[in-house]
Design a protein around this ligand. Structure first.
Ligand code: N01
Length: 536
């Protein structure tokens, strides 16, 4: 039921994940009236929806938490090196309690449209529950990986069994005991869920289009000592993290080029970092993400390690990635993933060779062969980075639709705003480091910048801020130019929009790193929001 009709707020925030929660807190500190709309029935965002078995963060818990409040961080104790989804969601609820966030949040409500009224200088935001509110600022805290996507397989409506998407998992969980299960996809969600699904299923068939690089997660319980020590320095650590490329400090990037190292030195780097677990491996050489030669050395090493785990000779080649450089698709952290394929009741089907033709009442037909199953798990990913933003019908000045403006790919200035759409902000939008970084560090960086911007506009009695078209053009060109100096564009990844048929192929995140990006944000703000037009 609509709660708010014709009310006016200073700001509307779309989404109550980490970004929406912190944005609300910051704006309320300024005494602004704020309404958060959230489609789920609680806070959490990604961690609210992704409840599939094995869901876990691939950034270490001691770094994947808010860093703005000493009281909050001291009041929470993480239990594992990489937190599982239930623990992260409990943490988010703890923060929501602490800051009393829910009183300004309206749950189970999806924002359907947001329209700018140029004369009034206000956004009109409408929801699927019939709300229609007005606000000076509209802030999209919609997340980068929140528009779950099931591909358009023929016949899906005929399937008589149960089917699920990892990104929209039933809250009560799913019991696969004794069932014949198909998992489609082999990205991070599949890599995490497959070992646990295999523990229950009577038979598991994995439909793989692209083999992924997976490396040992090395998850383990945290010791009391390391938790205590981190609490002492967490806020300091967070400041340091903002100056790093990835927003994390648990490892450093080796800046030496592969060619400038001896074979022994390279082996030591690769081996040491592989066994550290996590993304440290990608920091083995300064040019690992920039040159084929350096990357090939790391990819060969990764394949040799992965090969050691796979015991069925007939599927080794299938499970080893060989069509893209390592790291250009998100690395997957492996906890018993490759080992699962050694089990007698687990099979893999190469859908690159034998594409899925249709889904029938009884299962899946691929390459002319039928696979009868009781359940299908779509681990097929998301309409990443732009899907959730464009899921809202956003209309800016002169009736321009953001969907039309972005039809050839997203266009933003700094990933924060888009020309023609005054007072509309994106948190970790396309064109910012976002998914290539520790998301919470990037969220805090953006929220702090946006809230300070709003504070200065309010203090100066300035009604609006809007990206200038030429600044935006330059930023888009800069983001593309940086990406082209890396190997990232060489894979069909969701970073490129390549997982969605028809989506423009544009490398969306900013590859220059959180630290460099932060300096740019500070310069822009310090120069009276250079590149933005401020309206009286
Ligand atoms: O999605 P994905 P995800 N027919 O897009 C396949 C974050 N995350 O949910 O590679 C057959 O990576 C597709 O094949 P291909 C993390 O950033 C983090 O797993 O496109 N297959 C691919 O194998 C991650 O990267 C964590 O050829 C089809 C898979 O489905 C991001 O979320 C955990 C297909 C989709 O993989 C997304 O991960 C989970 C089709 N028509 C997620 N369409 C952690 O923190 C797609 N596929 C650890």
């Amino acid at each position: 039921m609509a709660q708010d009709t014709n009310r006016e707020f200073d700001a509307v925030i779309v989404g109550a994940g980490f970004a929406g929660m912190y944005m609300l807190h910051r704006l309320r500190e300024q005494g602004l009236s704020v309404r958060v709309f959230e489609a789920g029935d609680g806070v959490g965002g990604t961690w609210y929806w992704n409840r599939y078995p094995g869901a876990r963060c691939d950034v270490e818990s001691l770094e994947y938490q808010f860093g703005f409040s000493d009281e909050i961080q001291r009041g929470w104790t993480w239990t594992e090196r990489y937190s599982a989804q239930p623990e992260i969601l409990r943490y988010q609820n703890y923060v929501a309690d602490k800051l009393d966030l829910r009183r300004d949040m309206q749950f189970s409500t999806r924002v359907t449209s947001s329209t700018y009224d140029e004369r009034a200088g206000l956004w009109t935001v409408e929801t699927d529950k019939g709300d229609k509110v007005r606000a000076r600022f509209c802030i999209m805290a919609t997340g980068c990986l929140s528009a779950a996507r099931v591909p358009d397989f023929n016949g899906i409506e005929d399937f008589k069994g149960e089917w699920y998407h990892t990104g929209d998992w039933p809250h009560e969980g799913v019991d696969f005991t004794g069932k014949r299960v198909a998992v489609i996809g082999t990205g991070s969600s599949a890599v995490q869920s497959i070992p646990l699904i295999a523990e229950q299923a009577s038979h598991l068939t994995v439909f793989q289009r692209t083999a992924n690089f997976t490396l040992p997660a090395g998850n383990r319980p945290l010791t009391e000592d390391e938790v205590r020590k981190t609490k002492e320095v967490l806020l300091e650590n967070r400041k340091r993290a903002r100056d790093t490329p990835g927003g994390i400090i648990c490892f450093e990037y080796n800046e030496t080029l592969a060619a400038d190292m001896t074979e022994e030195e390279r082996a030591r780097e690769l081996d040491g970092r592989w066994h550290m677990g996590g993304f440290a491996f990608l920091g083995s050489f300064g040019d690992l993400m920039a040159t084929q030669e350096a990357n090939h050395l790391a990819a060969e090493y990764a394949r040799s390690e992965m090969r050691k785990v796979i015991k069925k000779p007939e599927i080794v080649d299938l499970l080893l990635p060989n069509d893209h450089p390592v790291g250009v698709k998100r690395l997957c952290l492996d906890t018993h993933y490759l080992e699962t394929f050694n089990l007698p009741h687990v099979d893999i089907v190469d859908v690159k060779k034998a594409p899925i033709e249709r889904i029938t009442a009884k299962g899946i037909v691929a390459g002319g062969k039928g696979y009868e199953v009781d359940c299908i798990v779509f681990a097929t990913g998301f309409d990443a980075m732009t899907g959730a933003i464009l899921g809202v019908d956003i209309t800016g000045k002169k009736g321009e639709k953001l969907r039309d403006k972005w039809s050839a790919g997203p266009r933003t200035y700094l990933g924060l705003g888009s020309a023609g759409f005054p007072n509309l902000f994106f948190i970790t939008g396309p064109g910012s480091p976002s998914v290539l970084s520790n998301m919470i560090v990037s969220i805090e960086q953006h929220v702090d910048w946006i809230s300070e911007c709003i504070r200065r506009l309010t203090a100066g009695n300035i009604r609006s801020i809007e990206a200038k078209p030429d600044a935006e053009d330059m930023w888009v060109a800069h983001v593309n130019e940086l990406a082209s100096q890396t190997l990232y564009p060489q894979a069909n990844s969701w970073y490129m929009g390549a997982n969605i048929p028809g989506k423009p192929r544009v490398f969306m995140p900013y590859t220059g790193g959180v630290g460099v990006y932060g300096q740019k944000l500070a310069e822009v703000a310090g120069a009276d929001y250079e590149g933005f037009t401020l309206g009286a």
